[in-house]
Design a protein around this ligand. Structure first.
Ligand SMILES: C[S@@+](CC[C@H](N)C(=O)[O-])C[C@H]1O[C@@H](n2cnc3c(N)ncnc32)[C@H](O)[C@@H]1O
Length: 255
């Protein structure tokens, strides 16, 4: 009898430490697509989950079929803080830090690394990881105290932590490459070509870029913004900057 054919609840409790929660069908689908190791996956409605796979994820349908164990709704509800509309939940093994550090340091780099300098908002961090995955960024590094693998960040990232390298580092440990830091006081980004090995740094929602990060900065860039508007939201700033990089030829799918 393999792991998945055993008691999924016992397996869940045995593997919960060292794993992250994949909350809902879409998070599981993304994690599986990007090679996550999933020791246990449950659903309160296997038929509905596989119908979603037929419709939205035929590429991983067979894997999901093999992974998903149906459990009573009350059992599913007891495993998650808040039931997801798709009634799917799974655990995925968090990638080794060493592997992520290798990916972040690899050269030559074909896509930027995004740095969030002391971010405060877990939802923003999740949204940025989703963006980085979509644009094929090399990784997302956070500085400061926020854990980029916090369950709320993983939920916001829709399972896409597995599509890019996500780690927390100190400013003096940032990957190599020219640092382009975003700040409303910088030079207009529209006149600047962002190289593929750029380190794109964004400040905290509360206080912007730290003095330490500014000291590491090679270029300070501003996103176009009408006078009297103070700043954009952190995640939308990352979106505009990654789009600007990609519009110059950086191609999603090129990693
Ligand atoms: C919400 S803003 C921070 C606002 C903060 N009160 C401050 O003093 O900078 C979060 C981050 O988004 C980026 N950002 C927001 N608006 C920007 C703009 N117009 N140009 C460049 N970066 C911007 C910067 O990296 C900024 O540190």
């Amino acid at each position: 009898m393999n792991d998945h054919a055993g008691d999924p609840v016992r397996l869940w409790h045995r593997r919960a430490d060292g794993c992250v929660l994949l909350d809902g069908f879409h998070a599981l689908k993304h994690a599986v697509r990007f090679g996550a190791e999933v020791p246990v996956a449950v659903t309160a409605d296997r038929r509905a989950a596989l119908a979603l796979a037929d419709e939205l994820a035929p590429d991983v349908r067979a894997t999901l079929d093999a992974l998903l164990t149906e459990v009573p709704e009350a059992v599913y509800g007891a495993l998650v803080a808040r039931p997801h509309p798709t009634a799917v939940a799974a655990l995925a093994v968090r990638p080794a830090r060493e592997a992520n550090l290798r990916a972040l340091a690899s050269a030559p780099r074909r896509a930027p690394v995004v740095v969030l300098d002391n971010p405060r908002n877990l939802g923003n961090a999740g949204a940025v990881i989703r963006l980085a995955a979509g644009f094929g960024a090399t990784g997302v590094v956070t500085t400061g105290t926020l854990d980029p693998w916090h369950p709320t960040v993983v939920r916001g990232g829709a399972g896409l932590h597995f599509a890019t390298a996500v780690e927390r580092l100190a400013v003096d440990e940032l990957p190599p490459g020219p640092v382009f830091a975003l700040d409303p006081e910088g030079e207009d980004i529209r006149g600047v070509k962002l190289p593929d090995d750029a380190v794109l740094a964004f400040g905290s929602e509360r206080s912007g870029l730290s003095a330490e990060l500014r000291a590491r900065t090679d270029h300070l860039l501003a996103l176009p913004m009408r006078p009297q508007v103070s700043s954009y939201n952190l995640a939308t700033s990352v979106a505009m900057t990654l789009y600007h990089w990609s519009a110059d030829g950086g191609a999603p799918g090129a990693r």
